[in-house]
Design a protein around this ligand. Structure first.
Ligand SMILES: Cc1cc2nc3c(=O)[nH]c(=O)nc-3n(C[C@H](O)[C@H](O)[C@H](O)COP(=O)(O)OP(=O)(O)OC[C@H]3O[C@@H](n4cnc5c(N)ncnc54)[C@H](O)[C@@H]3O)c2cc1C
Length: 383
C-alpha cells in the first residue's frame, strides 16, 4: 500500500480539502492529524453562538468518528506535529511517533495576536479562535455583566453584538478611530458604530489599552489616556498571525503565511498548504470562501489533475444583526478612495478604479439588499 496523503489540522481548510479529495480519489489512504478533538464545526458560528443559545457541544456538527467514516480516513486527535522532514517525507508527532507521507497538506490555521500589556491579569485575557476557546469563554460568562473587548475589527464587533443577546454590556476598545478600520472607510465605520452603540455597545476608540489588572469587579483596564474601566471578563480580538513556525523550521519558504503557488504547492514539491496558514500569490485571506476555492483546487492537484487557483471577489458578511453589513475590501490598499451614499437606514460605499471598475464595496443596513446588483461587478481578487 502506498504512503498516505497526510493532512495536518481539522478546521474548515483541512476537512473541506479532505472532502473534495475524496470526491476525486476514494482509494489513496488518508490520514488527518489534529491537536483538536476533531469534531467538525463551523468556526464563524463561534461569534454568533450566544444569540442562538448554542453550547460548545451543540456547535459540533459531526463527531470525529463520523468524519473518519465519511472520509474513509484515519484521524489522530489531540496530537501535535512537532517537525517535518521533507527529505524523508516524514512527520514527527509529539508522542514520539513518526508518520510517513506521500503528500503533506498543512492546514494549520493562525494564532491570535497577543498585545504587549502590563498588569497582573494579562495571562487571563481570553481569545476565541477554536471550539475549546469558545467553551472556556462561554463557561466564564456566567454572572458577568460587562465584557471588555480589545479590537474593533470584524471579530470584535461580532462578539460585541452577540454579547448583547445575553444581556451583557460590551465595551470595545481600539486605537483606530472607527470600527472595521482595515476594511471600510471612516464614514462607513462610523455608521456601523452608531448602530451598534444604539443597540448597547460602548465604544472607546482612538485609544489603546495599556494594562489589565485584577480588581474586585474582575478586571481593571487602563487605557492610553490614563482612564480606567472595570469589566468582568476581557476578550482579545486584535488579529491573527498565520502559523508558519512548523513550515519554517522544516525549511519551507514562509513570508506572512506559508508561501504556496496557485496549485497550493509550497517550496517543497510534496508539501502543500491552505487556509489561514497559507499565502497564495502574496494573498493571505483568513475567510471561509477563499478556503473553499483553495480546497477544490488542491484536491484536484492531489488527485493528479491539473488545476490553478483563481479567486472571484468574495464579499464577507459581518455577523452584526444590529447593523447588517457586507464588505468587499480593496485588497492591499489601506488608502483606497471611496464614493459613499448614506441615509438613516442604509449605506453604500464603492471604491472605483481609474477605468471605472469596481474595486471595493461596503453595504450596510437596507443597502445590503443591493448585494446582487453590485457584487457581481467587483474585479476578481486573483484572476
Ligand atoms: C470568531 C471567528 C469568526 C469568524 N467569522 C467568519 C465569517 O463570518 N466569515 C468568514 O468568511 N470567516 C470568518 N472567520 C474566519 C474563518 O473562520 C477562518 O478563516 C477559518 O475557519 C480558518 O480555517 P483553517 O482550517 O485554516 O484554520 P483552523 O480552523 O484554525 O484550523 C487549524 C487546525 O490546525 C490544527 N493544528 C495547528 N497546528 C497543529 C500542529 N502542529 N499539529 C496538529 N494540528 C495542528 C488545529 O488544531 C486546527 O485543527 C471567523 C474567525 C473567527 C475566529
Amino acid at each position: 500500500m502506498s504512503e498516505p496523503v497526510v493532512i495536518v489540522g481539522s478546521g474548515l481548510a483541512a476537512y473541506n480539502c479532505a472532502r473534495e479529495f475524496r470526491k476525486l480519489d476514494s482509494a489513496t489512504p488518508l490520514t488527518i492529524v489534529t491537536r483538536d478533538g476533531g469534531g467538525f464545526y463551523s468556526k464563524p458560528m463561534l461569534s454568533n453562538a450566544l444569540a442562538g443559545n448554542k453550547t460548545p457541544q451543540a456547535l459540533v456538527m459531526k463527531p470525529v468518528e463520523k468524519m473518519a467514516e465519511e472520509l474513509n480516513a484515519t484521524i489522530l486527535t489531540r496530537r501535535s506535529v512537532v517537525s517535518i522532514d521533507t527529505q524523508r517525507r516524514q512527520l514527527q508527532l509529539d508522542d514520539g511517533a513518526a508518520l510517513a507521507y506521500r503528500d503533506l497538506v498543512l492546514a494549520l490555521g493562525a494564532d491570535p495576536v497577543r498585545l504587549q500589556l502590563t498588569g497582573d491579569a494579562t495571562p487571563e485575557i481570553l481569545s476565541v479562535n477554536d471550539l475549546d476557546d469558545y467553551a472556556r469563554f462561554a463557561e466564564r460568562l456566567d454572572g458577568v455583566r460587562r465584557v471588555a473587548i480589545l479590537g474593533a475589527g470584524l471579530i470584535g464587533c461580532e462578539f460585541a453584538n452577540d454579547l448583547l443577546a445575553r444581556g451583557i454590556e460590551p465595551v470595545v476598545i481600539d486605537p483606530a478611530l472607527w470600527p472595521l478600520s482595515r476594511l471600510v472607510p471612516q464614514q462607513a465605520g462610523a455608521w456601523l458604530q452608531a448602530k451598534l452603540a444604539a443597540a448597547g455597545v460602548d465604544f472607546r476608540l482612538g485609544l489603546a489599552a495599556s494594562a489589565v489588572a485584577r480588581s474586585e469587579a474582575g478586571y481593571r483596564l487602563t487605557l492610553a489616556d490614563g482612564s480606567e474601566l472595570e469589566a468582568g471578563l476581557v476578550l482579545s480580538a486584535v488579529g491573527l498571525r498565520p502559523r508558519t513556525a512548523l513550515a519554517g523550521e522544516g525549511g519551507l519558504a514562509v513570508a506572512r503565511g506559508i508561501v504556496v503557488d496557485r496549485q497550493l504547492r509550497s517550496s517543497d514539491a510534496h508539501v502543500y498548504a491552505l487556509g489561514d496558514c497559507a499565502e497564495v500569490a502574496t494573498l493571505n485571506l483568513p475567510f471561509v470562501m477563499p478556503i473553499m476555492q483553495q480546497a477544490r483546487t488542491l484536491a484536484a492537484v492531489l488527485a493528479g489533475g491539473i488545476a490553478e487557483l483563481a479567486y472571484p471577489a468574495m464579499p464577507v458578511v459581518v455577523k452584526t444583526p444590529a447593523c447588517p453589513t457586507v464588505v468587499a475590501p480593496v485588497l492591499g490598499q489601506s488608502d483606497a478612495q471611496w464614493q459613499i451614499e448614506a441615509t438613516d437606514t442604509g449605506l453604500l460605499a464603492r471604491s472605483v478604479g481609474v477605468a471605472g471598475e469596481l474595486l471595493g464595496l461596503v453595504l450596510m443596513g437596507e443597502a445590503t439588499k443591493q448585494r446582487q446588483q453590485f457584487a457581481p461587478n467587483l474585479v476578481p481578487w486573483l484572476a
